[in-house]
Design a protein around this ligand. Structure first.
Ligand SMILES: [Zn+2]
Length: 195
């Protein structure tokens, strides 16, 4: 079977772009990640889920359920659950607090893994872990397509990602891309979409 090359697939699907990007924070960056662009292709999403399931099996055994933080984690968690033969539920924010809604339930003692698209600080992942633990499940592992934490994300459970990625950011006053005259693009803008 062909090895799963996360970096190549992210580039091919336009999920990982190289250029000069204006981030929501106001900072500039030479790379931009939007996992939804990879996950829009069901066959690619299925392969990503299978690859992540393989890694999670090694570190987290055989979970009963995959739990995703909405919205970013839902598609990859669902595909990972398909490969693991587990079910998939997702948490979402209700008045700011992460909760399990829609009649989803976790049983006491169930083994869960939490799956996200991108882990940056790991905040929403930890909140989702807390929800699962509070309901009596045991979180055996955490998985993501991309680990952007630079190895800093701490979950108190084993963590696997398909790709570790450190994306530099620059202050607009001290940006080498600005100095080089590379046109600045705002992700989501018309100029961005025409790429
Ligand atoms: Zn710049």
């Amino acid at each position: 079977m062909e090895a799963f090359d996360a970096h190549r697939l992210l580039q091919e699907t336009g999920a990982l772009l190289t250029g000069h990007f204006l981030l929501t924070s106001g900072l500039h960056s030479p790379q931009y990640v939007q996992c939804a662009r990879l996950l829009q292709f069901p066959t690619v999403a299925e392969r990503a889920g299978a690859a992540l399931a393989q890694r999670l099996r090694r570190i987290g055994g055989a979970p009963d359920v995959v739990v995703a933080p909405a919205i970013g984690g839902i598609v990859i968690a669902h595909e990972t659950a398909r490969a693991l033969g587990a079910r998939c539920v997702f948490t979402e924010r209700e008045q700011g607090a992460m909760t399990l809604r829609r009649g989803f339930a976790l049983a006491e003692g169930e083994v869960a893994v939490v799956v996200e698209d991108v882990v940056t600080t790991g905040g929403s992942t930890r909140e989702t872990m807390a929800v699962a633990t509070q309901l009596g499940a045991q979180v055996a592992a955490v998985g993501a397509i991309i680990d952007r934490s630079g190895g800093q994300a701490e979950f108190g459970a084993p963590f696997a990602a398909l790709l570790a990625l450190t994306i530099p950011t620059y202050h607009p006053d001290d940006c080498p891309l600005c100095r080089a005259g590379v046109p600045l693009v705002k992700p989501g803008s018309r100029a961005f979409k025409s790429k």
